[in-house]
Write a new protein. Sequence first.
Length: 468
Amino acid sequence: MTADANARVLSALRTAHAQILDELIEFAAIPSVSTDPAHSADIATAAHWVAKTLAAAGPIDVRIMPTPGNPVVYGEWLGAPGQRTVLIYGHYDVQPPDPLDKWISAPFTPTMRDGRLYARGVSDDKGPMLIPIKVAEAFFATIGTLPINVKFVFEGEEEIGSRHLEAFIATHTELLAADFVLSADGAMWRINEPSLTVASRGLAGLEFTLTAAAKDLHSGRHGGGVANPLHAMARLVASLHDDEGRIAVDGFYDTVRELTTHEREEIASLPFNEHAYLAQVGAPATFGEPGYTTLERQWTRPTIEVNGMWGGYEGPGQKTVIPSEAHAKITCRLVPDQNPNDVIALVTKHLASHVPAGTTLAVRVADHGAFPSSIASDHYALQAADAALHAVYGVHPLIVRMGGTVPISELFQRHMNLATVFFSFSTADEDYHAPNEFFRVHRLHEGLEAWARLWSILGHPHRSEDAQ
Ligand SMILES: [Zn+2]
């Protein structure tokens, strides 16, 4: 694309700022809460709104595709032969607005205050997902074409764990075939520093029970006669780590990819203040696997966490009992190249071989794990995203990771071997699962410019030079 065509698209987007904001207000007024069956008609309304807006953006082939749950709105334009094809992801469903009395303005009456638009779903993900639609419209209206091929996938179940997305992807790998995924979902780290997320951790969980006697026993009559499962549970849980915080499960670290020197330098260069972090979480000191910084441990090292332990008498006063059972729940955060099924097997084996004397073990594996996912730091799509953000903000984005789990990048990676670039313009502080969710209007404008620039960079005529 010529510099002139670029400039015309950017100028068309600037001219359309007020109109795009009006459309976002209309979109955010639809209460498309996916977790509440009372809102199923609103889900349908939102899906139609997205389909209509996508169809109005240009000659895009749009369809509403049913799933056993909420529909996927799919759109494609493949009119740029020889250019890359980008799969754009977003979601039109929103979190429930509760607690309602904490909202300053009604959650589905989008309201402007101080350059922020307040409404449920406006930051996650309606504002960010509207951006690529309006960017497509600006390209079509101005120069009649797009610099790249695009496929849009907007789902309506992200806030309920993307229940039917995996089956949808698995059955439509040909329809969805693309060079990489560009996600309009997934917030940036901080408002003052643009960032690109290159990895997220996976998840595996299980629950286990230790049993001694078949029923609770009197500690006077039976104390000294049989094992106490609570004592045993404390020992068993403690055996998962060494005293310094390293995981003591055999083989747990075997498939963990060590960071390169460059990756460690990148993380060390990020603005992260340990004291501020401790003040924020209210802890007296950081703790974890030795040999790694706090950010490295949170982003790039696996963990085993006990999420709950219970058993015995917890009421007021005393009860002289030897409980029959003790219970615990644990989850593991996983990093490349760990596999949740293998991790479950290793942890189960560890538990079984460390069962304290006098007790028996029962393990129940949690419903679904998730693989960790990451994009290579020299991937052309990441470099293009870096260049686009640099053009908008005048600085290179921070390269960050996520301690949490992002199901979609893992799904696209596992089923289609596609890397995901997160290119959302919401920010982690925009209260998107809390009352008074907002989206900064200047981020809407910056997002429009950045997406347009990114598409132009990706559609560069000399693409063979930067192809990987
Ligand atoms: Zn989201």
